[in-house]
Write a protein that binds this ligand. Structure first.
Ligand code: FA5
Length: 348
């Protein structure tokens, strides 16, 4: 290579290099262009490496031209890099841009199920009266569900018709939360004051006021000197808390094998205030069964019936929810219709 060749190569390669750099449309392509234009194998590099072979008189000039070519190409590279970086940032900003004029996505808040609301409310009223919350298994044995509750072997509740048995001899889905009374009294001596919320199962035909899977809250208080007046006072206080000061409570005699005496408890209708209407029929809404714990039941659990007395009650959560919210059909609670459930947003 002589000085003429070197001048030509430097001229041509500077032009070609500039064009290649200008044509790079991304930072990756620019990196490739840099290697091709300024790399060790680039034609310009070959001029530099041939410098030593040139006549001494040409060396300063060609050396200077080679440096100028390198500088010019480096500047072109830097300029193009800045351009491409600006473009890339702009594209990123555009991709990230938020259109503030678009309508927002309306949040759809969930709500607690009305039965949960009512259960929490009932439990809250009793815990404030000093009751403790306990739970029992939904699959019970015959002894806790029937025998210990003084339900004799020939009682109709025991038949296949009324109860749901599981595939293990002597085991069934509990028919009432009263079984938890037994478990509680077996576990501790009086004084006892507990409430036991939970699910119960019966072989029932489902209609507007009956489900085959429903919920109860059992209450049990055992101590020295507990009387029927305590039961009545407790239920009245509970009804006032749940349905308001005006509500009246009616106790009428009923039979449950595990209490003596036993009663049905109804509250005055929230619609007609006891006069009688379409919702209640005769002015009263039946909510629960209750009574004084049968001495035999205390004995079955190892509690001395000569020393202690107690009362128990079992109320249906679905029934209470129907009264509290004025709902005419119990099946609405289990159908999962969002239009029904949404109405309880913010309810207490
Ligand atoms: C009992 O279950 C008794 N264990 C209650 C009890 C406890 C009495 C302690 C004495 C002492 P009963 O079967 O009546 O009783 O049910 C009690 C409540 O559960 C009813 O008042 C009603 O509110 C509700 N209930 C009963 N059957 C159904 C059903 N199929 N669907 C929805 N709720 C029901």
């Amino acid at each position: 290579m002589d000085a003429g060749d070197a001048r030509r190569i430097l001229d041509e390669e500077t032009e070609r290099g500039r064009a290649r750099i200008a044509a790079a449309s991304s930072l990756e392509e620019l990196e490739d262009a840099k290697v091709a234009v300024l790399g060790r194998k680039a034609p310009i590099a070959s001029v530099q490496s041939s410098l030593g072979a040139l006549p001494v008189s040409d060396k300063p000039e060609i050396g200077k031209l080679a440096n100028q070519a390198f500088t010019a190409l480096r500047e072109a590279l830097d300029a193009r890099r800045r351009e491409l970086e600006t473009v890339a940032e702009g594209a990123l900003a555009q991709a990230d841009a938020v259109d503030v004029t678009l309508p927002g996505r309306r949040p759809r808040p969930g709500s607690r199920h009305p039965l949960t609301l009512v259960e929490d409310r009932i439990v809250d009223v009793f815990t404030r009266m000093g009751y403790r919350v306990v739970e029992g298994p939904e699959i019970e044995d015959d002894w806790h569900n029937f025998e210990a509750l003084n339900i004799p072997a020939d009682h109709p509740a025991r038949t296949m018709k009324d109860s749901l048995y599981v595939d293990v001899p002597g085991m069934l889905l509990r028919t009432e939360t009263s079984a938890v009374q037994i478990r509680t009294m077996q576990a501790q001596q009086p004084p006892i004051a507990v409430v036991a919320p939970g699910r119960v199962y019966r072989r029932e035909a489902v209609d507007a006021t009956h489900l085959s899977v429903f919920h109860q809250v059992e209450g049990l208080a055992v101590d020295e000197g507990i009387s029927f007046a305590d039961l009545r006072g407790t239920l009245e206080a509970f009804a006032r808390e749940l349905f308001g000061e005006r509500v009246r409570v009616r106790l009428s005699p009923d039979y449950f094998p595990f209490v003596e005496p036993g009663c049905q408890v109804a509250v005055s209708c929230f619609v007609c205030d006891g006069a009688g209407c379409r919702v209640c029929g005769n002015g009263w809404l039946e909510l629960l069964g209750a009574g004084m714990v049968h001495p035999k039941v205390l004995e079955n659990c190892g509690i001395d019936p000569e020393r202690y007395t107690g009362f128990a009650f079992g109320l249906g959560i679905e029934r209470v929810a129907m009264v509290r919210y004025g709902i005419g059909d119990m099946r609405l609670f289990v159908e999962g219709d969002v239009r029904f459930l949404e109405q309880f947003q913010g309810a207490a």
